[in-house]
Design a protein around this ligand. Structure first.
Ligand code: NAP
Ligand code: HSE
Length: 434
């Protein structure tokens, strides 16, 4: 078969997603060829251990030398599915410099070095696509860049980490504890090799940095995203949430905060059970977008896993292939044409849920109320249900208050003699009280 008959791919990494891409391109080869007008084939695979991947050697040329791929004139597209920052970033830049189109699922690199990669793609007039980097199999990058391009976006909010959503679902529905829920998510292949990025919120932060940059056409640096994980969420918090009509979700949120600019953050929230995102369970992800023309739209599906993620990677491959067939490329590269102010978390207002252990004696409640009152924090609900050892467990829900006020109130509270422990503090994302 000549180069004219087919489009060839050099694949970097044949792990979970890479093997999914090989499987999907084979399984649906005929219909994909019809859609593109040419056959698409992976011809070479870059690995670091030839023996480990010997089972692929019958069908593909394996190599440990990237030059075998970037210098192969038959190869049009390099698909990077190794993950991590390096050597992935350097290899993608190397491929772009050799005028290969690049497709990746790598949010670590896109969130941090997106501009550099877009610039390299533009300079070399090739495509750089990354649909699978956010939301696994859910189409969200292309909708933001293309389908919703006529909108002014006000808000992007979503569940973008499958591991933590799976864990919270298991903790909530089966009463599992944190460690067992994490072990199960790892066994199912949802978690990253190092799950601290999942449970600590960094994986979701990378994704919201990418979504915020696309939605608001203004780069959101990863280090400006406020990040909190789910490590401190306990069964108690989940039970209290349920009692008050909420569930606990790890949300990634990017919003215009008026004149303060754009804020991006990841943290657990109390979410009303009636909210559409509250129904998103297990490994499923969903991204909720509000635009001035479309109103509200929600994108829902499998946010991780071999074939769902391969579905998004293959969609990018097909898009590039169509560009090759129709002799177009780098049509939609960097869309960050603005430099909007970034709003720090201190200026963002939310209601809060606070769980405390306090001395069970007269005057304690009024001292706590006074500490909040001094920072203009108004209390909506106060509940005292159980004793924990010699202390009483006190649960409070506030009205909306800026983060900076809440921090000051908590500092005052923490040194009150009657307060033994601030067990947890979680934001409430409730449209009725924001
Ligand atoms: P994975 O199962 O760990 O596979 C990674 C592959 O890359 C393995 O074949 C690994 O080879 C290879 N690799 C890593 N470093 C290499 C190096 N320096 N040189 C050569 N080969 C190297 O990872 P994955 O889950 O498929 O994830 C791939 C990418 O997709 C990541 O960017 C990830 O964030 C993204 N993603 C994954 C999912 C998911 O559900 N898994 C969902 C969305 C996005 P070895 O076997 O030798 O280590
Ligand atoms: N570890 C990620 C998750 C995989 O749990 O969502 C997809 O990026």
């Amino acid at each position: 078969m000549t180069k004219e008959d087919k489009i060839s791919i050099g694949l970097l990494g044949a792990g979970t997603v890479g093997s999914g891409v090989l499987e999907l391109l084979q399984k649906n080869a005929a219909s994909i060829a019809q859609k593109v007008g040419k056959q698409i084939q992976v011809t070479r695979i870059f690995v670091r251990d030839l023996e480990k991947y010997a089972h692929l050697a019958e069908s593909y040329a394996l190599t440990t030398d990237i030059d075998d791929i970037v210098n192969d004139p038959q190869i049009d597209i390099v698909v990077e599915l190794m993950g991590g920052e390096e050597p992935a970033k350097t290899l993608m830049l190397y491929a772009l410099a050799h005028k290969k189109h690049v497709v990746t699922a790598n949010k670590d690199v896109v969130a941090k070095y997106g501009r550099e990669l877009f610039d390299a793609a533009e300079a070399n007039q090739v495509d750089f696509l990354f649909e699978a980097s956010v939301g696994g199999g859910i189409p969200i990058i292309r909708p933001l860049k293309q389908c919703l391009a006529a909108n002014e976006i006000q808000e992007v909010m979503g569940i973008v980490n499958g591991t933590t959503n799976y864990m919270l679902t298991r903790m909530s529905q089966q009463g599992m504890d944190f460690a067992d829920a994490l072990a199960e998510a790892q066994a199912k292949g949802y978690a990253e090799a190092d799950p601290t990025a999942d449970v600590g919120g960094l994986d979701a932060a990378r994704k919201i940095a990418i979504l915020s940059s696309l939605a608001f056409n203004s780069r959101m640096p990863l280090d400006k995203v406020h990040v909190e994980g789910i490590e401190k969420i306990s069964k108690h918090d989940i039970e209290y949430a349920r009692e008050f009509g909420y569930c606990i979700k790890l949300l990634a949120i990017a919003k215009r905060e008026g004149e303060n600019g754009i804020n991006a953050r990841v943290h657990p929230v109390f979410l009303p059970v009636s909210h559409p995102l509250a129904a998103v369970n297990d490994v499923f992800n969903a991204i909720f977008v509000r635009g001035d023309a479309i109103g509200e739209a929600m994108f829902y599906g499998r946010g991780a896993g071999k074939l769902p993620t391969a579905s998004a990677v293959c969609a990018d491959i097909i898009d590039v292939a169509r560009d090759i067939v129709h002799k177009g490329a780098s049509r939609i590269l960097c869309t960050c044409f603005e430099e909007t102010k970034i709003c720090p978390i201190e200026k963002v207002a939310n209601p809060y849920y606070i769980r405390l252990l306090v001395a069970d004696q007269p005057g304690v409640l009024s001292a706590i109320a006074a500490a909040f009152g001094a920072q203009q924090v108004s209390l909506r609900t106060v509940v005292q249900k159980q004793r924990v050892g010699e202390y009483a467990e006190l649960v409070l829900i506030t009205y909306a208050v800026p983060d900076s006020h809440m921090r000051m109130a908590m500092q005052t509270l923490a040194v009150l003699p009657a307060v033994a422990e601030v067990s947890n503090i979680i934001r409430v994302e409730d449209p009725h009280f924001s």
